[in-house]
Write a protein that binds this ligand. Structure first.
Ligand code: PLP
Length: 502
């Protein structure tokens, strides 16, 4: 049985179940497997996505026994079933042109790539709590989420009516798009609550973190039979399912005779918290032939600067962009990369993270920087470049992309210009264009077409113009009954949690 250790070296080792239940290590670090597996992927060549996941995922969850492996496979079948994903391929790979492909990660119920992990996480969590507490009765898992938009809805869909769980989502009342808000406040399910907070995302996030570590609240809720857990992207249970689609895209390219077995390829990943691209890094460490991982940022380009210079510096203004799920100045999952490329020197990682907390910046040592520079390339897209990319991709390929994917397309163009690298490349597409339709409609139809129109009206406009079908999870939103109307001050979050979890 593999064990999980902390990037800061002062906690663990623990089982995979405990790593998933805790989310974050007690020393403030992130859990990583003590040994990384090798994935023997060629036998999976002619398999479907679910079967590939069933073979790959258990190797990243502590090599469980045969019985548990069968259980993981049944969870995968449920999570990626046709009722939840509107593509049989789950993650279809589209060819844009010779050497350039696009992996559609947004066919789940909420229209963004977070569904791939968050459809599975509830099973991993409830399975883990049963395993940990197999002597007594398992507590009800209370999942608290602070969201800037996409995570909240994806978590609600994942946990909706899952036995043994309750989920409470806090969103900044003024800080999410019309569609994102309507997706959340119309959520069905007997175990869900959605609460608006008067404040910004940071206020909601800080409030949730405080509740998680508030000893008296933990004790009160424990007496009522609850145990807190988090669904945020630093949880290993969210990272592991994402490793699968890197392998799957590669196998699809071999199967279609676009590449030969063993040929190295590039991936371009629109990045915020560094979770998605980190899964690509771990796929590479597990044997996937990766040439380069190209990290694409928007104008909050703290990661681009880091990958180019070795200095991480969050001391800069926070910009609101049209790719809001990447508006982040602290990329939490980067800590795992630093741990791996520094040669697992937890003392160094701890120092850097302490500097980040105290001064908002740190500089990595030379060998660590060289390791990063050998595998990663990074660039950023301005707002105007992002809009142009949406329009250019549509006119060149009759293909519609959302602003996050457009950031990746722009950075890929810059990469080709800068390096001339002819390696075949997969761009990860992280959201349905309908989810961020106001920007997409403006890019394709001009500023006027989108003025004074609601995002709900624009869904139909965009569909009429492109001939693309509105995804099931986004159509009819305006008519759905609003079920969650509570809006609170940021000082009332703890009280609200205690009231909801009786
Ligand atoms: C969350 C999100 C991202 C960023 O993913 P990370 O794993 O945080 O890097 C990119 N695009 C969309 C649409 C997202 O929802």
């Amino acid at each position: 049985m593999d064990r999980y250790i902390s990037t800061r070296g002062e906690a663990g080792p623990v089982s995979a179940a405990e790593a998933i239940l805790k989310g974050i290590a007690p020393d403030g670090g992130l859990f990583v497997p003590s040994h990384l597996p090798r994935v023997d992927y060629m036998p999976l060549l002619n398999r479907e996505y679910g079967e590939r996941a069933g073979a790959i995922l258990p190797t990243f969850l502590g090599r469980p026994g045969k019985e548990q492996e069968a259980q993981i496979c049944s969870w995968i079948d449920a999570a990626y079933s046709p009722a939840r994903f509107d593509s049989r391929a789950v993650v279809p790979l589209k060819k844009l042109e010779r050497d350039l492909y696009l992996l559609e990660l947004w066919h789940g119920p909420t229209g963004a790539f977070k569904d791939i992990a968050l459809q599975l996480l509830p099973y991993l969590l409830t399975g883990a709590v049963k395993q940990e507490e197999n002597r007594g009765t398992a507590p009800t898992m209370a999942i608290l989420v602070a969201t800037s938009g996409d995570t909240g809805k994806a978590a609600l869909e994942g946990f909706c009516n899952v036995p043994g769980t309750r989920i409470i989502v806090f969103y900044p009342e003024q800080g999410v798009s019309e569609i994102q808000k309507r997706q959340m406040v119309t959520q069905q399910g007997t175990n869900v609550a959605v609460v608006g907070v008067r404040g910004n995302f940071d206020d909601a996030q800080t409030g949730v973190k405080k509740i998680f570590t508030d000893q008296s609240t933990i004790e009160v809720l424990s007496r009522r039979g609850y145990r807190f857990s988090s669904a945020n992207s630093i949880n290993w249970g969210r990272l592991a399912p994402q490793i699968v689609y890197y392998f799957s895209a590669y196998l699809d390219l071999i199967r279609r005779e676009e590449i030969k077995e063993g040929e190295k390829i590039n991936f371009v990943v629109p990045t915020g918290n560094f979770g998605n691209i980190l899964a690509g890094f771990y796929a590479g460490r597990a044997g996937l032939p990766v040439n380069r991982l190209i990290c694409a940022s928007n104008t909050n380009h703290v990661l681009t600067d880091f990958i180019q210079s070795g200095t991480y510096d969050r001391n800069r203004p926070f910009l609101r962009t049209i790719s809001p799920s990447m508006d982040i100045l602290i990329s939490s999952n980067l800590e795992r990369l630093l741990f791996e490329v520094s040669g697992r020197q937890s003392n160094r990682v701890k120092q850097w993270m302490e500097q980040l907390a105290a001064e908002g910046r740190y500089h990595v040592n030379r060998t660590t920087f060289e390791q990063i520079a050998a595998l990663f390339w990074s660039g950023y897209s301005t707002e105007q470049e992002t809009m142009e990319a949406i329009s250019q991709v549509y006119h060149r390929y009759r293909y519609v992309i959302d602003p996050h994917t457009a950031v990746a397309v722009t950075v890929h163009r810059k990469y080709r210009q800068a390096t001339g690298d002819p390696t075949k490349t997969v761009i990860l597409s992280t959201a349905s264009p309908f989810k961020f339709n106001a920007s997409v409609a403006r890019a394709l139809l001009g500023e006027k077409a989108a003025t004074n129109r609601s995002e709900f009206e624009l869904l139909a406009t965009l569909s009429d113009h492109t001939g693309w079908k509105i995804p099931a999870g986004l159509s009819g939103l305006e008519e759905k009954p609003v079920r969650h109307t509570t809006v609170i001050d940021k000082t009332e979050m703890k009280k609200t949690v205690l009231n909801l979890l009786q």
